[in-house]
Write a protein that binds this ligand. Structure first.
Ligand code: NI
Ligand code: MN
Length: 228
C-alpha cells in the first residue's frame, strides 16, 4: 500500500505506510483546525518534534491510552518517562533508527523546545523518514530557513512538509528558498491559518512554488489526504 498522509491541522500529521500508523506533533485538543479528536486515534508511533504545546499536544494522553511508542529527542523522552509514558525512544540530530515502519533520521531545526512545565526540552528537530516502500518524507517541523537543507535534499525527498506561517517559523518567501535547497518532488505547507498570527494565502504560495521551483505544491485542508 502506498504511503499516504492526512493533515490533521496545524503541524499534526497522520501517516499510514505498509500497515503501520505514525502520528506526528498531535496538537488536537485546543487546536481550532483539528480534524480529529485525540481519543479517536490509535497510532503505532508518535513522533514529537519539540516540546511546545502546539506540537507535544495530546502526546501523553494518546501514548498512555494506546501504548504507542513516542519518538522524540532524548531530553523529552526522559521527561515523558517521568510523566508516566512507558514506551519512549530518544534520538538526536543526525542520528537515525530503523523502526518497523521505516527509518527516522533527526534533522536540525532552528527553533525553541521548552516543555509545558518549564523543563528543558532539548533541541527541536525535524524528521527525515524513509518508509519501507522506499518513499522519503521530510517534515521540517518548526524551523527557519537553513542552508544545510541542501544536504537533506541530497537524500532525495519525495514529499517535503514545510511550515509557511511566518512569525514562529519560516514564512512563504523563505519556504520557496527552502524548496530550492531541498528539491523535493512534492511540497506540502503546514503550520499556517491555525491562528490569525500565522494566516497565509496557500493558493498564492502554491502559485509561487510552481513559478519558482520544480516541486509540485500539495495544498490540502485539515482532514484531507495526500499520497506520497
Ligand atoms: Ni514551536
Ligand atoms: Mn509550532
Amino acid at each position: 500500500m502506498a504511503t499516504r498522509v492526512r493533515w490533521l491541522g496545524h503541524a499534526a500529521l497522520w501517516i499510514e505506510s505498509d500497515g503501520q500508523t505514525v502520528l506526528i506533533d498531535p496538537f488536537l485538543t485546543g487546536n481550532p483546525t483539528a480534524a480529529a479528536k485525540a481519543g479517536d486515534l490509535a497510532p503505532d508511533f508518535i513522533l514529537v518534534s519539540h516540546g511546545h504545546p502546539d506540537h507535544l499536544g495530546d502526546t501523553i494522553a494518546i501514548a498512555k491510552t494506546t501504548g504507542a511508542i513516542v519518538v522524540c529527542n532524548y531530553e523529552m523522552s526522559e521527561w515523558l518517562t517521568r510523566q508516566g509514558v512507558s514506551k519512549v525512544h530518544g534520538q538526536q540530530h543526525g542520528g537515525a533508527h530503523a523502526f518497523v515502519f521505516g527509518r527516522v533520521k533527526f534533522t536540525q531545526a532552528f527553533h525553541g523546545s521548552s516543555l509545558p512545565d518549564g523543563s528543558y526540552g532539548g533541541n527541536p528537530c525535524g524528521f527525515l523518514i524513509t518508509f519501507r516502500d522506499g518513499t522519503k518524507v521530510y517534515d521540517a517541523a518548526d524551523t527557519g530557513l537553513f542552508g544545510d537543507m541542501r544536504l537533506i535534499g541530497e537524500e532525495g525527498i519525495d514529499l517535503a512538509i514545510l511550515p509557511i506561517g511566518d512569525n514562529y517559523t519560516m514564512g512563504p518567501e523563505d519556504s520557496i528558498r527552502a524548496i530550492k535547497l531541498l528539491t523535493p518532488k512534492k511540497v506540502m505547507p503546514i503550520h499556517y491559518n491555525t491562528f490569525d498570527l500565522i494566516a497565509q494565502d496557500a493558493d498564492a504560495w502554491a502559485r509561487a512554488v510552481r513559478q519558482q521551483t520544480q516541486a509540485q505544491p500539495v495544498v490540502i485542508k485539515p482532514g484531507e489526504w495526500t499520497t506520497v
